[in-house]
Ligand binder design. Sequence first.
Ligand code: FAD
Length: 325
Amino acid sequence: MGACRVAIHLVRMRIGIVGAGMAGLTCGARLAHAGHEVTIVDKGRGPGGRMAVRRLEHEGATFAFDHGAQYFTARDSAFVEQVATWERDGIVARWAAAGPDAWVGTPGMNAPLRAMANALGVRFETRTDALERDGIYWRLTGQGAPREPLDAVVVATPAEQAGPLLEPWSQVMGDAAHWIASKPCWAAMVAFEERVDAADILSDSLPSGGPLGWAARNSDKPGRDPSRECWVLHASPEWTRKHLEDARDEVCDALLDAFAAQVGPLPGVVAKVAHRWLYARVDRNDDGALWDRDLRLGVCGDWLSGPRVENAFLSGRQLAAMITG
Ligand code: FAD
């Protein structure tokens, strides 16, 4: 009778997921599809994670920027299939300027995450400070964290944020996170009065070791307002590391100077701001995802797979398969 109860109980688990980026949402969507009850929390204000969109308001006008991931590619057949579904739903489109296999969310990079988050009912502005064990159940702790007991927990955050949650419970997972050092990235978002006379993307032509690692006309992407001249300037990891504690305005100006050095005099600036991504990109790691069946604790994210949106998708998908398999 007892064994029977356990078996029935595990058919439909209550699973808490910390992190609503591509990895956590992909994992959550597949677990929900398999019949599990999923509770997803994210400390951010809205959907996106590192595929977030930032809006600047100026004199009644709104300027939108994809300030994290710029585009994504789809090579694995499972992701190709997923992207085709999103394309049919009108929430992704090809961005030819970045290459024949480059995709972006429309109207913003976070569009596919917004769709998944809406379907799953993510609780935003809810940070998890620790995982607690109460008998056989898990609980998330943190301001506003759901207090209901959970049968299983998935951590889907960057490695540096996953480590402190995992270390008390799993040495394997804690160690895996501990050895990752993500590269930081300063991102400047700049709206200009007029069109900048430059190619839509500058990347390979930029001097290595310089401040600028990438510059792109955000307003050139499909589904954006082309009348708003919006640019995203990403600093190189080396420059970002040296200037990690600089003030945002200084960073904006330094990246604008580096941009002007490449393309010549710039039009007037309407609005600008800088954002510091502390954990932007990882070096490759091939584990994919980790799942401890006895503890019912799992971890996924790009840092377990590779430094791209597609890797985050594959990691979340792999973890869901490990949990349901
Ligand atoms: P994330 O998107 O980071 O999601 C993790 C989520 O966890 C976040 O929403 C965060 O708020 C939440 N979280 C963290 N800690 C907690 C906590 N304690 N409690 C609650 N919530 C928490 N990839 C590409 O494919 N192409 C590119 O061109 C590209 N360019 C990039 C440029 C930059 C500047 C950056 C930052 C990234 C770029 N990437 C690019 C990488 C890509 O964005 C990531 O690989 C992918 O989005 C990672 O998804 P994820 O779900 O693993 O993590």
